[in-house]
Design a protein around this ligand. Structure first.
Ligand code: ZN
Ligand code: ZN
Length: 283
């Protein structure tokens, strides 16, 4: 059994408005667990990872594992310092951050923790920490395999395919699917479609609708209409739209979800919008 839990589904910045609490206000963080996996597997460290950390401490679960960061934008890193297992002497974590030009993984994290911005520095964490850069390729961790493909975003950003207990889960919270028909864009779409083909679960950026996207071209995010257009024939079993815009209320997102299920419900076994604390079980 493989379980996926969303700890943060908001894009760009956390939001704590009453009208957003149904879908949740925490930024990107997803946890994958499996029957035969006895360590943590986490995707992104948005503010949602704070609740994940508290949950692990509360359950007295293993304080070790791997954390994969799609890229170091704030909304994917802002919870890092609030993940309690990092302050536990038994903690032992490998952080895999997509390679950024001219900066090592440690330099990026140290910059994030510069004491101009925050009182805790990296060397104050009690856990054993190891940070490595990750580039496009396939990585075998024994219990699972992670394949990374570069997405299209404002800085180098990964999309992760996790293959675990024969389930294929793809996580791409920040990826702008192209609208033009240039050669580059067509080549990217072809490669993207091959990457996602037949996945059990696709978790993908759908921050905007078409109208919002027109005003934000090149910001590195996708509109839901384009996502559905490019994935509807890819035999994706379950599609979860994520990285919701902080200015989108529950009412707007509910309406979007209804519309998508009405128009595209038959193209997937399940298509829906991700919410904080939503759990997917793959038997
Ligand atoms: Zn983001
Ligand atoms: Zn980003």
């Amino acid at each position: 059994m493989v379980t996926i839990k969303f700890w943060g589904v908001r894009g760009s910045t956390p939001c704590a408005n009453n009208e957003n609490m149904g879908f949740g206000g925490n930024t990107s963080c997803v946890q994958i667990s499996a029957t035969h996996l006895d360590e943590l597997l986490v995707l992104d460290c948005g503010t949602g990872i704070r609740n994940l950390g508290n949950d692990i401490i509360h359950r007295k679960e293993a304080l070790r594992g791997h954390i994969f960061l799609t890229h170091p934008h704030w909304d994917h890193l802002q919870g890092f310092a609030f993940f309690k297992p990092f302050y536990h002497p038994d903690g032992n974590f490998n952080v895999h951050l997509t390679a950024q030009p001219g900066l090592s993984c440690n330099e990026i994290l140290q910059g994030h923790f510069s004491n101009t911005f925050f009182p805790v520095t990296l060397d104050m964490l009690s856990a054993e920490m190891n940070c490595t850069s990750i580039v496009e390729g396939v990585y075998d961790f024994g219990d699972y395999v992670v394949e990374m493909m570069w997405g299209r975003h404002t800085i180098p950003t990964g999309m992760f395919k996790v293959i675990i207990e024969e389930k294929v889960i793809i996580y791409a919270p920040d990826n702008e699917l192209p609208h033009d028909d240039s050669e580059d864009s067509q080549a990217f779409i072809e490669k993207f479609q091959a990457f996602i083909q037949g996945a059990d679960v696709l978790i993908h950026d759908a921050q905007y609708n078409r109208e919002e996207y027109e005003k934000r071209k090149g910001w590195g995010h996708t509109n839901w209409e384009k996502l559905l257009e490019l994935t509807k024939y890819s035999q994706i079993k379950q599609l979860y739209l994520t990285h919701h815009d902080p200015d989108n209320s529950d009412a707007q997102l509910e309406q979007r979800c209804d519309q998508i299920q009405m128009e595209y419900g038959s193209a997937y076994e399940l298509v829906t919008l991700a919410r904080d604390e939503m759990v997917i079980e793959l038997a």
